[in-house]
Design a protein around this ligand. Structure first.
Ligand code: AMP
Length: 428
């Protein structure tokens, strides 16, 4: 199958060729024709499947009709949960749309609103936005939606996790009823289906399996180690294996900052990326990581979601995530598009419950390796695979990742087995 067979216009085919893509990915094969036909779609696809191009390419083609966009209007709106994802989608639009006369912009919180208002003045064909800032702009009459033709909701599950449901409902109420709707989500829980019912009409449902959820392209291994020794073990591994570009996950913002300080005292260039960092600091950290100026990027789950870093060789779970699905999202950052990658987890005895939940989800007992001089004093119990099916999760109540003026709320939920939601993970 070629991109030309998907009926994309020559201008888009040229941009695709310049990107070096030769074959459409499965989500692109299914979504592009459906979107071009004007259908609503509901697609289950994770980052790494090529989902951004799956909606961006047909969107650009549908909008390239010569219609004039009026002041403070947008013809297509793409809603995403995080600033990084918003910026990445805008970058894709610019790159795929480079031969088309369409205008686009991106708006998100944590940066000044005035330049965004200026950019919206002439109107844009495509607006990429995070929900909080979009509502602020709408309230200030910087954006109106009477010309809106297409809505894309990207990473809908993450939006719910992050507590954006009310903002999304408010935004929906401002949009024209007649429009095309594209909804993307990594998972389709009952909660997402309920939301989807109020948004999409008679959708084509698409589901593609993630390219790299588990062992096929990602080598996974755990290092049992005492909590106090984790930072030293990480330094040892980085030096011993000469890892050059490592994405490290911590469960909390404080843990991320502490780890960066530790690595720097060991002479290893590192930076943290999380909800308390300014937008400028986050963008710079990501850029420095991509160019190799820093070797280690330490991130929390919410901040890392959707980061598009090509073919990352090495992912480290410094802490195991509380929500087992986040393990899959985390290791999905490596071994992209068939390249091999390695995901290692430093696991202390108190994380045995999290480890068991992850092994149950991925239906695999992870290989263990104990490093000389780092034998744990507190022994990690042996894993026994729990083969019982996993029950659906309870609905979550979330917080916002500082999308509006950095206003991230501090959660004070007691932590326990039944209260392990993603939404309170960054709140320490
Ligand atoms: P996404 O799932 O949208 O985050 O895309 C993951 C990565 O795959 C991005 O780096 C894209 O540039 C890349 N990509 C998207 N479509 C294709 C394709 N058809 N062939 C090769 N790479 C692609």
């Amino acid at each position: 199958m070629s991109f030309a067979a998907l009926n994309l216009s020559p201008d888009l085919l040229q941009a695709i060729e310049e990107k070096g893509y030769t074959t459409p990915s499965p989500i692109q094969v299914e979504a592009i024709p459906a979107v071009l036909q004007g259908r609503d779609i509901m697609a289950a696809a994770q980052t790494g499947t090529g989902k951004t191009a799956a909606f961006t390419l047909p969107l650009l083609q549908l909008l390239n009709t010569g219609v004039h966009v009026n002041a403070n209007q947008a013809r297509a709106l793409i809603l995403t949960p995080t600033r990084e994802l918003a910026a990445q989608i805008e970058a894709s639009i610019v790159s795929y749309g480079k031969h088309l006369p369409l205008r686009s912009t991106v708006v998100f919180g944590g940066v000044k609103i005035n330049p965004q208002m200026m950019r919206l003045r002439k109107g844009v064909d495509i607006l990429v936005a995070t929900p909080g800032r979009l509502l602020d702009l709408h309230n200030q009459k910087a954006i109106r939606f009477s010309q809106l033709e297409i809505l894309v909701l990207d990473e809908a599950d993450r939006m719910l996790d992050m507590g954006f449901i009310h903002d999304i409902r408010k935004i929906m109420a401002t949009l024209p009823k007649k429009r095309q709707n594209l909804l993307f989500s990594a998972t389709f829980s009952d909660e997402i289906r309920k939301l989807a019912k109020t948004i999409v009409h008679n959708p084509i449902e698409i589901s593609v399996s993630p390219r790299n959820t588990t062992a096929e392209t990602v080598k996974q291994r755990i290092y049992p180690v005492d909590k106090k020794k984790k930072a030293y073990l990480l330094t040892h591994l980085i030096k011993q294996y000469q890892w050059q570009q490592v994405l490290v996950f911590t469960r909390t913002k404080r843990g991320a900052n502490q780890l960066v300080r530790h690595l720097e005292t060991e002479g290893i260039q590192a930076a943290a990326i999380h909800g308390n960092k300014s937008q400028g600091a986050r963008t710079k950290a990501l850029a420095d990581f991509k160019t190799g100026h820093i070797r280690i990027l330490v991130a929390t789950d919410i901040a890392a979601r959707g980061l598009d870093i090509d073919q990352l060789p090495q992912v480290v779970n410094f802490d195991l995530p509380n929500v087992p699905e986040d393990y899959i999202h985390r290791i999905g950052r490596t071994g992209r598009a068939g390249a091999s990658g390695q995901a290692v987890s430093l696991v202390s005895a108190d994380e045995f419950v999290q480890l068991s939940d992850i092994e149950r989800l991925i239906k695999t007992v992870l290989t263990r390796e104990i490093v000389d001089d780092f034998e744990p004093v507190h022994t990690l119990p042996e894993s026994r695979l729990d083969r019982r099916p996993i029950k659906p999760k309870k609905p979550r109540v979330g917080h916002r990742d500082g999308q509006r003026s950095g206003a991230s709320k501090q959660g004070n939920n007691p932590r326990g087995r039944n209260n392990r939601t993603r939404s309170n993970q960054e709140n320490k």
